[in-house]
Ligand binder design. Structure first.
Ligand code: DDH
Length: 287
């Protein structure tokens, strides 16, 4: 009816994008001036990365991160900051679903941090608490290449997509209080680049046991790598891809965009007429 059509017409996702992007720009002091970009990318990933293609459970569709059981998954420590950041946005745009908001937050953050355009589709629908997936589906950073390969296979990703996705570790940092690891991966944690791959190949890494008793790789610039990151240069198939992305940012941007869009849409059947949005950055709108 007319009401539905009118309501639909008011669903301007670029407006939501702009509200998120403006708040990222305004609240730039978060996490010692890294800002909210990285933690928003991580929320988009963790709210999608529960997917299991064996039984089609989990994934971003139901917006189930909002329930305590998922929020309190030890793997999700620190993401409360992203949730709290998005709360006033959700009050401003109450018509957007939780799953759409969490994924759009990540898309906005990647683009505003000068990353590639990410095609994004709307239409996720909040699902009840009994659909929250069990804890423990998100990756354990202390593991090696075969673990990483199995986990990303569960999500429906091959080697190329896996390595591209983990390139998001150019962004943000690890925090003792969240994961037991500490430090940024590289020199520009709030700019989306292929630095993760460059740094992984070129820096001199030593394995240390940190103050929390956790093993991480460190270089002399104050950067770190997780054991799962280092697995990408130890495994010969992964290493080839790391070398390719280190050499060619454009290829990395193209592959990341495709793989991240797929991650955010895993397990969702969008109707054919539901075309992806390509959002303009604040810069492109002179805002
Ligand atoms: Fe990650 N990640 N991630 N990650 N991740 C952490 C932080 C960030 C793993 C472990 C950690 C991806 C894959 C993996 C981001 C994006 C992505 C932290 C630190 C750990 C630990 C949390 C903390 O202490 O605050 C592991 C293991 C994997 C793996 O796949 C093997 C992927 C695929 C992405 C993605 O976005 C596509 C981002 C961004 C951060 C920085 C967050 C922040 O607050 O800063």
């Amino acid at each position: 009816g007319v009401h539905v059509a009118e309501k639909e017409a008011k669903r301007d996702y670029q407006e939501v994008y702009n509200a998120i992007a403006t708040k990222i720009r305004d609240e730039d002091e978060y996490d010692n001036y890294i800002g909210y970009g990285p933690v928003l990318v991580r929320l988009a990933w963790h709210s999608s990365g529960t997917f299991d293609r064996n039984d089609n459970s989990g994934g971003s569709f139901g917006g189930t991160y909002r329930f305590k059981k998922e929020m309190n998954d030890p793997s999700n420590k620190g993401l409360q900051n992203a949730f709290d950041f998005l709360r006033p946005i959700h009050e401003q745009f109450p018509w957007i679903s939780s799953g759409d908001l969490y994924t759009l937050g990540g898309v906005t953050a990647v683009q505003e941090m000068m990353g590639p355009k990410i095609p994004w589709r709307s239409g996720r629908v909040d699902q009840p608490e009994n659909t929250v997936p069990d804890n423990g589906r998100l990756p354990d950073a202390s593991q090696g290449a075969s673990y990483v390969r199995n986990l990303f296979d569960r999500l429906g990703f091959g080697d190329r997509e896996t390595v591209a996705l983990i390139g998001a570790h150019a962004l943000g940092k690890t925090h003792y209080e969240n994961s037991g690891y500490e430090g940024p991966w590289g020199p520009s944690p709030n700019v989306f680049t292929n630095d993760f791959f460059v740094n992984l190949l070129n820096a001199h890494w030593t394995l240390n046991t940190n103050k929390k008793g956790v093993k991480q790789w460190d270089n002399d610039q104050g950067h770190m790598m997780l054991p799962t990151d280092m697995a990408l240069v130890k495994d010969p198939k992964y290493r080839k891809l790391v070398e390719e992305y280190a050499k060619d940012q454009d290829v990395f941007f193209r592959d990341f965009s495709k793989a991240f869009a797929k991650l955010l849409e895993n397990n969702i059947k969008f109707p054919d007429q539901n075309k992806p949005h390509y959002f303009k950055t604040l810069d492109e709108q002179d805002l």
